[in-house]
Design a protein around this ligand. Structure first.
Ligand SMILES: *Cc1c(COP(=O)(O)O)cnc(C)c1O
Ligand SMILES: [Zn+2]
Length: 413
């Protein structure tokens, strides 16, 4: 890993070598998230735009020169990343804009953005010779880890809150994870998982704890810029729970800027559910201190009372001159329908939340119609069909008779 200079604590700035620490800054415990520092001069000699044009690896591994791995033979075989970026003209028109793209990360192997992080986490575990990985998750990080681990025969212990949607639990069970369902919130499951990882020595795939996961997440930003021919968009909208995705996007954008691939950073717009808006609230106060809450939103993947990656998530927005926006559950359900009907992308509630934020800002006249906007869809709608049917209402039900059909056609359709 000659391209990795070390790890730097986001709180105190202390630097460590990758051999010194496994996860967080020892001075700050689980608060002391560290960031991977690269040697961009060296990377710049290895990774060029021309090399990417010729690269036939359409997955996150096309950016291996920018990922913190020593041995590319250990990367898992599933196809992660290089998800489609659709120009969504009908959707754009609906909200009075001209240039809107949807990046559909529901197209990853386990149907969420989290595969980007799990792929790097699993590769790292293999590099370190670890045979068991653990994670706590509202659902997607877990199902993603279970899938990526199954692809290389690594064992997983997964902590999920009792309230996780069935489809996500089904994924865990099918991939053969040891599933530990916790009678409590995601935040409680997270704390239990950290303790278990210490007690049993399992490798931790916990968000905002293991520094390498964020590096996987940044690949979405690399892809967006490459897919747009290195013309960075003006704004990127993304849903925010723990804040790792938005922090990861920021890292990817800074990487590209350091390499001279893009000349300015897009504004990052973090979208939170009103009932789980701890970061939006801290951003309003211009503070990096959060006030934990008991979250309440149907968007389970962003239902977080103690955002673990708060520092990066807040700085990502501040330093790109973006903002935080909050949306109601109703607006999220509506966004699911609009995305599906105007762009044919079926998102789970948290997956549609980024778009809900864009629709709201457009409605309030806070986006210039000429701006180039990217919306990340972070998870597939089949993950949570209960919410989808809550948004659509139930279908018509009739007897198998023409009379019944006619009555229905005349009265309701
Ligand atoms: C995890 C997740 C998010 C939020 O990501 P954070 O890093 O927790 O902010 C958003 N949408 C989906 C579908 C997710 O699984
Ligand atoms: Zn520190």
């Amino acid at each position: 890993m000659d391209h990795v200079k070390g790890l730097k604590c986001v709180l105190c700035g202390a630097e460590y070598s990758t051999d010194d620490i496994l996860y967080v800054c020892p001075k700050h415990g689980s608060e002391g998230i560290v960031d991977v520092i690269y040697d961009y001069d060296l990377i710049g000699r290895r990774l060029t735009k021309e090399k990417l044009v010729a690269c036939r690896d359409y997955s996150i591994w096309r950016y291996i020169d920018l990922l913190p791995l020593a041995d590319s033979s250990l990367i898992p075989p599933l196809q992660v990343g290089w998800t489609p970026l659709y120009k969504a003209d009908r959707l754009a028109e609906r909200i009075g804009l001209s240039h809107v793209w949807i990046k559909d990360d529901g197209r990853n192997p386990t149907a969420s953005f989290k595969d980007r992080a799990s792929a790097v986490g699993v590769a790292k575990a293999r590099e370190l010779g670890r045979e068991i990985i653990t994670a706590a998750s509202t659902g997607n990080a877990a199902s993603s880890l279970a899938g990526l681990a199954a692809s290389v025969g690594i064992e997983t212990y997964i902590f999920v809150p009792e309230t996780a949607p069935q489809a996500k639990i089904a994924q865990l069970l099918v991939f053969g994870a040891h599933v530990i369902m916790v009678r409590g919130t995601y935040d409680q499951a997270f704390d239990l998982c950290l303790q278990a990882s210490e007690e049993y020595g399992w490798y931790s795939r916990n968000t905002a704890y293991n520094p390498y996961l964020s590096e996987g997440k940044k690949t979405a930003a690399l892809e967006v810029c490459e897919q747009l021919g290195w013309q960075a968009p003006d704004k990127i909208f993304v849903s925010v729970g723990d804040g790792c995705i938005i922090g990861g996007l920021w890292k990817g954008l800074k990487d590209l800027q350091a390499l001279g691939f893009i000349d300015r950073l897009p504004q990052l717009i973090g979208v939170q559910a009103e009932g789980s808006a701890v970061l939006a609230e801290a951003w309003e106060r211009s503070s990096e201190e959060i006030k934990p809450i008991v979250p309440d939103t149907l968007a389970d993947s962003i239902s977080v009372g103690i955002p673990r990656d708060r520092i990066k998530a807040l700085r990502a927005v501040r330093e790109t001159e973006g903002e935080y926006v909050t949306v109601s559950d109703e607006e999220i359900l509506d966004a699911m329908l609009v995305l599906a009907r105007s762009a044919a992308v079926f998102a789970e509630p948290a997956g549609a939340t980024g778009y809900a934020g864009l629709a709201k800002m457009a409605r309030e006249g806070r986006i210039d119609p000429s701006e180039r906007v990217v919306v990340l869809v972070t998870g597939n709608g089949l993950k949570d069909v209960k919410s989808a049917i809550q948004a659509t209402g139930a279908p018509h039900l009739i007897e198998p008779s023409m009379d019944d059909l006619k009555r229905l056609m005349e009265t309701q359709l």
